[in-house]
Write a new protein. Structure first.
Ligand code: TPP
Ligand code: SF4
Ligand code: MG
Length: 283
């Protein structure tokens, strides 16, 4: 299946030059590849929140669910638990996932539920015109902080690593080939995966030049090594001026939440038989 077959009739309303286009193109290519490799597209569900990022599901011809701001993760988890053959991919903004929805993200990582979260981390509230988010750098001047925010940003990948995430990657909207690689790896990963995309908002926080000067791809990095992953994740803290590593920081195998959940929730056959006999005798 080709990218064009995954398009929809919806008119695209992102600003020209928005980094969301790179995410859209990368995910469409990856879904096409996975489909060609045997994944039926009816077994894929896309979930989004509220924000510029959220419109992505309007532009991809695959089943999707618009949740509410801050609730992409629990909606994705519920869909996955409702039908565990589904590949569920959540698209959330940094305001959505790292602000209002942060507790959901922490617990999804902790329980290692098999969903993929793609974070459109433009480091602003794009849709509501440029207020600061948990990843805006200190001093960021926007609508709600005309004198510059006084707070330090969080490092979301460090938080996710500490919470138990089993796959963590980072790309930028200027590097579509790497985005494709990361999205594919994350979707195929068994367990909770998150890709933080430094997605540039050209209108409210244009960081193209800043990132282009600082990013580099991880080489000779062992993603199975927690300490190495932590060191690389800490190299840049979303605030100070430093080189910015891109690629797969961490990846490890671990039982998923679903494996334990379904064992407990679905009674073993002998109990089912007892239930059947009780029900029959009560008719
Ligand atoms: C429950 C709830 N809280 C707040 C809002 C207001 N709101 C809508 S979009 C948005 C910010 C979106 O920012 P982000 O998630 O970073 O997405 P972006 O627009 O940058 O892609 C906010 C605060 C809302 N619609 N619903
Ligand atoms: S406001 Fe920013 S994030 Fe939203 S569409 Fe425009 S450039 Fe993209
Ligand atoms: Mg944002």
């Amino acid at each position: 299946m080709e990218q064009k077959d995954l398009g929809t009739y919806a008119q695209n309303t992102w600003c020209p030059g928005c980094g969301n286009f790179a995410i859209l193109n990368a995910i469409k290519t990856v879904l096409g590849e996975l489909n060609a490799e045997g994944l039926p597209l009816e077994n894929v569900v896309l979930v989004s929140g509220i924000g510029c990022h959220a419109k992505i599901v309007d532009y991809i011809n695959v089943n999707s669910f618009y949740s509410i701001h801050g609730r992409v993760t629990p909606a994705a988890e519920a869909i996955r638990l409702g039908d565990p053959k589904m590949k569920v991919i959540g698209f959330a903004g940094d305001g959505d996932a790292y602000g209002e929805g942060i507790e959901h993200l922490i617990f999804a990582a902790k329980r290692n539920i098999d969903i993929t979260m793609v974070i459109h981390n433009n480091r602003v509230y794009g849709l509501t015109t440029g207020q600061y988010t948990p990843t805006s750098p200190q001093g960021y001047r926007g609508r709600s902080t005309p004198e510059g925010t006084k707070e330090l940003p969080i490092n979301p990948l460090e938080l996710m690593l500490a919470s138990g995430a089993t796959y963590l990657g980072r790309g930028t909207s200027h590097g579509i080939e790497l985005l494709k690689k990361l999205f594919k790896e994350a979707i195929l990963h068994k367990g909770f995966s998150l890709v933080d995309v430094l997605q540039v908002c050209v209108t409210y926080f244009n960081m193209y030049e800043y990132y282009d000067k600082r990013v580099y791809e991880l080489k000779d990095h062992n993603p199975l090594d927690y300490q190495q992953a932590l060191n690389k994740i800490r190299e840049w803290d979303y605030n100070r001026d430093a080189r910015i590593a891109l690629g797969t920081f961490y990846k490890r195998g671990s039982p998923t939440f679903e494996e334990g959940f379904f064992k407990q929730a679905v009674p073993p056959p002998e109990r089912m038989e007892k239930i059947r006999l009780i029900l029959e005798s009560s008719i």
